[in-house]
Design a protein around this ligand. Structure first.
Ligand SMILES: [Zn+2]
Length: 978
């Protein structure tokens, strides 16, 4: 499939160039650019003047290979007033548009050239002209955050309309575009509006009852305040309530449910806003709600739109600190579940720059430029960021699938007018379902109330009503999202999941019994009374296995060993998570060991890591053990019989997960959660015990089983607070720039399939009540809590973190137990992350090497191409500097990661386009693929070249000691990029 597509593309490129070559032979050309285009794009004012004077080029000539750009378009991108005046003087028309309807004003608005806009407006250009997708220059300026331009265009648009009303027509006719527009409309898949008009008429009768039902369910859900805005609201004071205490025990600590007295909390009583809502509020009307369409037609089907990993990224400094932390968190989610990986930008030509514009949006697929991905205010949630990154990876929305009308109903009458295009479907020439079923649970699905006129009436409902509460979930990737992601990118493994075992299969995941121990662990199922596994909590016949070591017979001190296979870490820190229970004697012990390399290549040196003692709590418990392995290793579980005479059971193990991620700092287990939800009312709360962050701050979580007093019914609320603690005297106060992450664990045995809820925010000195920062020392600004005999800060969080319905699904309440993780990490090092975009660098050894990624394919999209990747003269230096920079620029999760990564220069494979990586004296060397009609060139095989095209082709030399490559003169491109 891949090859066919490439060949077809090759053919079109060749044909196109040929026909143009016949008609304008007198022009020295690079593809289809005239000399004038080149001179303007290069900003060479003298040449522009000469060419125009001599009249050798038509100033209104459209360059087909650059989306029909005229010289004036290029001038508007560069913003060079002198060139603009020259072009206008020689007859350049401001009304001419590109193949998607962009005028010079669109380009100027995108690049923020206010003077250009003023000049165009003074010429009575139609400055309010919309492109093919309905975007005016003003909207483009909004998208790219060009404030001054937005303000100007606001006035200019009105003047433009006024101008028309007075019967003075602006110059807006582009006859060429009229034809193209029709062609474009036909070539894009039909929006299926006609078929839906039919349904609109017939559904009338069922409509009323339907929306009524929805009103009941939804209530006034959508009125959440964003956390960042909540400072503006007055501190929330609660009237006194009677004290209502239910005592119950959890294995961690006794906790109480209570109504607290007169406390000032900052808990948002609404639900988290979804993408469409945030973007609407930001005044955005993008293609499909949050997709910024590049100026070329692209498709998920198009293999050239796919990324090579790791994807270079820049975190712009206009992002909130919390957004930066949330983005790194989302990266970790991709690394845990797929082969998708990210790295800090180092001058590559394709990369993603995360910025804070208004709204949450992304482009679809790799645009081969520095492409923007906006994480605006309110978008800094893990799941929203994952959603936008999935767009960037090439995914459209689930409900834009061709077959979606079989699964969901779109209520066209209820959609805000002008936003109907968000509900278009696309045929299989554009999107592919990758042979997966329609997924109501997809992270890429709209929520029911997207773009609705009436806040309580949905615009999209599921044909299977049970899914109405599920569509639009913003927890995490669904199993099918991951299936698709892994299919699209041919992922066979993940980056950070080392091992996992639910013991459901007889081979027990390759774990082995010790050979020199006294006894064995037994692979048991849940069929016997009193023996229930954790994976399926005894719900299935013929399934539900776990490992058990009987401690009720034999002799004290007898042991049984269970040992993993050999594992190969990539990082330096791992977290071993497992569930266990000890039903025998309190003297029984479970010890976790690690077997390391003995220096001679054998994994045999034993190190004792952690011991778990028997206790009277016979429930399944979650355990986390931090490992710090850098070389191949095995982990071991050792069961020891403490007192067989007084033991009525043994030690059980289940659901093991070993990841290369940090273990959570606080783990709060709440048992009998369904009874707690049933026996409490809105406003009741549960306080976690105190946990300590890695720096030593006392932290805790407040759980509102039925939401806050002002929340809608049927929600669980979650908030964070500080506790005074033993280290307070030496800690830094107020504690700012720390990201608090509260995670409700989806207890699916497979960590890849978990859809845990993570809520996060970052502390700041702006979060204050009456001038006192709430994150100051709790003994100073907090209230005394007699349960912990300590001081506690106010609550900060969400009154409607997750609906009870969602909580009942999946494995949040497995074993009737809710597990909440809490982390509180310093993000200060992320305050400055933005790195300058490298324009271009020249090979120091004088070799004529200029590698260019992808635009050779006739691509020319996205923002004006910003950079070329320069070949470093020596791979040696390149690798060294890469390591250094990466270490410097990454977050805490990756600090220790990169040097490991590059130990093998071919892992990950730096070669693109199926190039084969060869390790030459410790350096990566790429052998590029070549075909009959094309071949790849560049240090990483990143540029595709076409045989026999008009592109000047010269076979280059050998780059130093390393590899053979082809060299191309891309003179014009070089100039363009300057
Ligand atoms: Zn989206």
């Amino acid at each position: 499939m891949f090859w066919v597509d490439i060949l077809q593309l090759t053919r079109t490129v060749t044909q196109k160039t040929k026909s143009k070559a016949d008609s304008v032979m007198e022009l020295s050309k690079m593809a289809d650019m005239t000399k004038l285009h080149q001179a303007v794009a290069a900003g060479d004012c003298n040449s522009v003047k000469k060419i125009l004077k001599k009249g050798i080029c038509d100033p209104n000539y459209k360059d087909v290979d650059w989306n029909d750009r005229t010289p004036l378009h290029w001038a508007a991108i560069r913003g060079q007033m002198e060139v603009i005046h020259l072009l206008i003087q020689y007859g350049a028309r401001p009304c001419l548009v590109t193949d998607v309807g962009w005028t010079a004003a669109h380009f100027a608005a995108e690049s923020g050239h206010l003077n250009v806009l003023k000049t165009l407006h003074a010429l009575h250009a139609a400055i309010d002209a919309a492109d093919f997708f309905g975007d005016t220059p003003k909207r483009i300026a909004q998208i790219y955050g060009q404030k001054a331009c937005v303000d100007f265009l606001e006035k200019a648009e009105a003047e433009c309309r006024d101008h028309r009303q007075r019967g003075l027509l602006p110059d807006e006719r582009d006859p060429d575009w009229d034809l193209k527009k029709r062609e474009l409309e036909l070539s894009l898949p039909a929006p299926n509006r006609n078929t839906n008009k039919k349904t609109k008429r017939i559904r009338g009768s069922t409509r009323l009852s339907h929306s009524k039902a929805w009103r009941e369910v939804s209530g006034s859900q959508i009125r959440a305040l964003m956390l960042s805005c909540s400072f503006a609201t007055m501190p929330w004071t609660r009237p006194a309530h009677g004290l209502f205490l239910i005592l119950f025990s959890a294995h961690v600590a006794a906790v109480s449910i209570k109504h607290l007295l007169n406390e000032q909390d900052h808990v948002i009583d609404g639900k988290q806003k979804d993408i469409s809502e945030i973007n609407l509020a930001a005044g955005l009307n993008l293609f499909e709600g949050d997709i910024v369409l590049p100026r070329t037609r692209n498709a998920l089907r198009d293999p050239t739109r796919r990324w090579k990993f790791p994807i270079p990224y820049i975190l712009a400094d206009n992002l909130d600190l919390n957004a930066k932390g949330a983005i790194l968190n989302a990266f970790e989610m991709f690394r845990l579940r797929s082969c998708v990986d990210f790295k800090p930008y180092e001058g590559e030509s394709s990369y993603i720059i995360f910025q804070q514009f208004s709204g949450c949006w992304s482009m679809v697929g790799n645009q081969y430029v520095g492409q923007n991905l906006s994480i605006g205010l309110g978008c800094d949630h893990k799941a929203i960021i994952e959603h936008e990154i999935l767009h960037a990876l090439g995914f459209y929305h689930e409900q834009s699938r061709t077959d979606r009308d079989d699964y969901v109903t779109i209520w066209w009458d209820e959609i805000l007018s002008g936003y109907e295009h968000n509900f278009n479907t696309y045929d299989d020439t554009i999107i592919t379902d990758l042979n997966t079923p329609y997924d109501y649970e997809s992270l890429m699905h709209y929520e029911p109330f997207s773009f609705n006129k009436n806040e309580s009436i949905p615009t999209i409902t599921a044909k299977i009503p049970e899914f109405n509460d599920i569509i639009g979930q913003r927890l995490d990737f669904s199993a099918i999202d991951l299936e698709r992601l892994n299919r699209m990118y041919n992922c066979t493994s993940t980056h950070t999941l080392l091992d996992h075992c639910a013991f459901e299969k007889t081979n027990i995941c390759g774990m082995i019994q010790g050979t020199r121990d006294d006894d064995d662990w037994v692979h048991e199922d849940s069929s016997q009374p009193g023996k229930v596994d954790h994976t399926l909590v005894g719900q299935c016949k013929g399934a539900g296995y776990f490992m058990h070591f009987n401690t009720s017979s034999g002799v004290t001190g007898e042991v049984a060993l269970l040992e993993s296979r050999i594992l190969y870490p990539k990082r330096k820190q791992q977290c071993l998570q497992f569930f266990y229970k000890m039903t025998g004697s309190p003297a029984d012990r479970l010890i976790v060991w690690v077997r390391r390399d003995d220096g001679a290549g054998n994994v045999r040196k034993l190190v004792r890591i952690q011991t778990f003692q028997g206790d009277s709590d016979h429930n399944w418990k979650i355990a986390h053990v931090t490992l710090t392995e850098e070389e191949k290793f095995r982990y071991l579980f050792q069961g020891t019989k403490g007192d067989p005479d007084n033991s009525g059971g043994g030690i059980s193990l289940d659901d093991i997960t070993l990841t290369e991620t940090p273990c959570p700092k606080g783990v709060w287990t709440i048992r009998n959660i369904s009874q707690i939800i049933a026996n409490t009312v809105r406003g009741d709360k549960l306080l976690s015990p105190r946990f300590y962050s890695s720096e030593g701050y006392g932290v805790g979580v407040t759980l509102y089983p039925n939401g806050r007093i002002n929340s809608d019914p049927g929600y669980l609320g979650l908030a964070f607070h500080l506790y005074s603690g033993e280290n307070d005297a030496i800690l830094e106060w107020p504690v700012e720039n720390r990201q608090a992450i509260m995670t409700i664990l989806d207890q699916d045995p497979d960590a890849r399939k978990r859809m845990s809820l993570s809520m996060m925010f970052t502390t700041s000195n702006y979060q204050a009540i009456n001038d006192s920062v709430i994150w100051d020392r709790p003994s100073k600004v907090g209230v005394y809590d007699k349960d912990c005999d300590c001081y506690r800060s106010v609550d900060w969080g969400w009154g409607q973190a997750i609906s009870h319905q969602m909580l009942m699904r999946r494995r949040f309440l497995k074993d009737n137990t809710l597990i909440i993780f809490i982390d509180f990490e310093d993000l200060t090092h992320l305050n400055r992350t933005e790195v300058p975009v490298t324009a271009q660098s020249v090979n120091s050894r004088g070799l004529l090497l200029q590698a260019q990624e992808a635009p050779v394919l006739g691509e020319s999209s996205g923002r004006a191409v910003t950079s070329l990747e320069a070949l470093t003269s020596s791979l040696d230096q390149g690798q060294a500097s890469r390591q250094k920079r990466s270490v410097k620029n990454t977050g805490p999760m990756e600090d220790h990661n990169w040097p490991q990564y590059f130990r093998d220069p071919c892992d990950p494979n730096p070669c693109q386009n199926d190039g084969i990586c060869v390790n030459v004296k410790g350096m990566a060397s790429c052998r590029c693929v070549s075909g009959h009609a094309f071949f790849y060139t560049g240090e990483r095989c990143q540029a595709m070249q076409v045989h026999g095209s008009l592109l000047g082709l010269i076979i280059g030399g050998i780059t130093g000691l390393i590899f053979l490559t082809f060299v191309i003169f891309t003179n014009t491109y070089q100039k363009l990029m300057q």
